[in-house]
Design a protein around this ligand. Structure first.
Ligand code: FAD
Length: 520
């Protein structure tokens, strides 16, 4: 009793008496025997962390933060919300690297997934194998991909599908898709999962896979946290290579650039030794150095001639590929690359090569992050826009968006990515939404802005979406952000019915991930 009164009064003191109904929400949580009182936090530090994210645009203040010490704590929390006629909302917070408050829960409870890591005592990432699946890692949903990389490499293995940046949680990226230069060949991360443990919105702990509770399995993958909290994922592994041949080629002509990208992703068999292992693309515009935080690649000595090219053409398109190898396959890799890159139409003399350790390649964004952190430029607003564009309209997108809106406004800062992927590497039964064409592109405007001017970037994002709407380019947002259910319905299109039915099935009281603003 003393403890309950102590915690409530602390919460009231911290959160202010402006929330008179707080006492009607908090006691049921506290009375749940399964949740230790010390794990529910209302201190300013915990609340502050849970009410911000990488975007630094949205701020939503939860009533409390749960530091779970076991998955049972999460079960207990969700069950206690379900016991109420008007349940409080709950959001899992992975690493909080969303940009529009998707992991927040205004007046609800945020589950700080990172706390689980402390309690796993070395069991958060376990590498095993069996004859039917091959090798895999059982990984806690709270684990960061960087830790998955290091833990699996110790056994000589690694996942095949990554994100560009590895300081994201497994649960966080699997709730979206998890894309990068490997996606054209291996599919997104959600195509490389064998099994999940999910705590549903009803508080049920369910193991699911393609063969077992498959509805929940597909719902949770790309499910934007709407159906359950992923607490374990079984991730496919392959033997890890040692090194990477990494090549960038510059184009001034968009159609040559996209034609070459599309040609290269045609060879995409998982076991095909003649396929590339990675393909991306980006835009160089008049932003000073051709390097940016996403990757420092071009040698200093070449900067001035690259910048001259950019000045001449206003936009230079950079095609980026990589091939992995180990010591024994070095000669073969050189030959495969030579054949693959033969006949590409990049600007003569503008091909750049690097040979790097595999770990450095996969973790290539970290260096840029640390540099920005040291300059105080990482914790700034990030008004990002990520889209999927059908291949048939990508040149219209180039003409109307890159060459018109972006060039004319001339405010774009940070990386702009553009690369294609193959639809057949995605599983349509998952919740992820992609365009209805065999090949589609992802474009990412990864803006950094000041605290007082993020709105002009946001306006540019809105104008880009409006332009697509006006000229009938059927883009789909990746890491989607909408404010009305009508927009969400449009986003999901024919998948909305299933998405909605799955919500009723697994989270009927609509408790989970309110920051996505789909059902509230
Ligand atoms: P959070 O922001 O914490 O959560 C995201 C959503 O998932 C929320 O709705 C949350 O409630 C829910 N959620 C979190 N954990 C769980 C869980 N265990 N179970 C169920 N739901 C959960 N994405 C790519 O695909 N490719 C990239 O290359 C890429 N690069 C990025 C680089 C940077 C610098 C940043 C900031 C983001 C990047 N992203 C990329 C986007 C990133 O994948 C998503 O924002 C992802 O959601 C972030 O993971 P997180 O752990 O921070 O999730």
């Amino acid at each position: 009793y003393f403890m309950i009164i102590f915690v409530i009064s602390r919460l009231l003191l911290t959160l202010g008496k402006s929330k008179p109904w707080i006492s009607s929400v908090i006691p049921p949580i506290l009375s749940t025997k399964d949740i230790g009182l010390h794990k529910l936090r209302g201190d300013p530090e915990a609340i502050k962390l849970a009410s911000t994210d990488f975007g630094h645009i949205v701020r939503e203040i939860p009533l409390a933060v749960l530091d779970p010490s076991s998955t049972n704590d999460i079960v207990g929390l969700i069950k206690s919300a379900n016991d109420l006629s008007v349940p409080f909302k709950i959001a899992a917070r992975g690493h909080g690297h969303s940009v529009h408050g998707q992991a927040m829960a205004q007046n609800g409870v945020v589950v700080n997934m990172a706390a689980l890591k402390t309690y796993r005592s070395g069991t958060g990432i376990v590498v095993s194998g069996d004859p039917s699946l091959g090798y895999y890692a059982d990984v806690g949903g709270e684990q960061l991909w960087i830790d998955v990389l290091h833990a699996t490499l110790e056994h000589g293995f690694a996942p095949v599908s990554w994100t560009d940046y590895l300081y994201l949680t497994v649960g966080g990226t699997l709730s979206n898709a998890g894309i990068s230069g490997q996606t054209f060949r291996y599919g997104p991360q959600i195509s490389n999962v064998y099994e999940l443990d999910v705590i549903t919105g009803k508080g049920e702990f369910v193991t699911c896979s393609v063969h077992k509770n498959s509805e929940l399995f597909y719902a949770a993958l790309g499910g934007l946290g709407q159906f359950g909290i992923i607490v374990r994922a079984r991730i496919a592994l392959e033997p890890a290579p040692k090194r990477v041949k990494w090549v960038r080629m510059l184009y001034s002509d968009f159609s040559a650039f996209s034609r070459d990208q599309e040609r290269l992703i045609k060879i995409n068999g998982r076991k095909d030794k003649n396929a590339l292992d990675y393909l991306e693309g980006s835009l160089l515009m008049n932003q000073g150095s051709p390097n940016n935080w996403r990757s420092s690649f071009f040698p200093r000595s070449d900067h001035s001639r690259i910048i001259s090219k950019v000045t001449e053409h206003k936009i230079i398109y950079c095609l980026e590929v990589a091939k992995l190898y180990d010591d024994r396959s070095k000669t073969t890799v050189d030959k495969v690359l030579q054949v693959l890159l033969q006949g590409l139409s990049f600007e003569p003399g503008f091909m750049f090569e690097k040979d790097v350790a595999y770990v450095d390649f996969v973790d290539r964004v970290r260096g840029g992050e640390l540099k920005l952190q040291s300059q105080g430029l990482w914790e700034v607003p990030h008004p990002w826009l990520n889209l999927f564009i059908p291949k048939s309209r990508v040149s219209d997108f180039n003409a109307g968006v890159f060459r018109e809106i972006v060039l004319k406004r001339n405010i774009t800062t940070g990386p702009v990515l553009l690369y294609p992927m193959n639809r057949n590497k995605w599983d349509d039964r998952t919740s992820a939404v992609i365009p209805d064409e065999d090949v589609f592109y992802t474009v990412g405007f990864l803006h950094s802005s000041g605290f007082d001017d993020w709105e002009s970037f946001d306006q540019q994002n809105k104008d880009i979406l409006q332009f697509c709407e006006d000229v009938g380019i059927e883009v789909k947002q990746y890491l989607p952000h909408y404010k009305t259910q009508e927009d969400w319905m449009k986003h999901f299109g024919s998948k909305w019915r299933t998405f909605n039915e799955r919500k009723s099935m697994f989270d009927p009281k609509k408790i989970l991930s309110p920051g996505q603003r789909i059902f509230n």
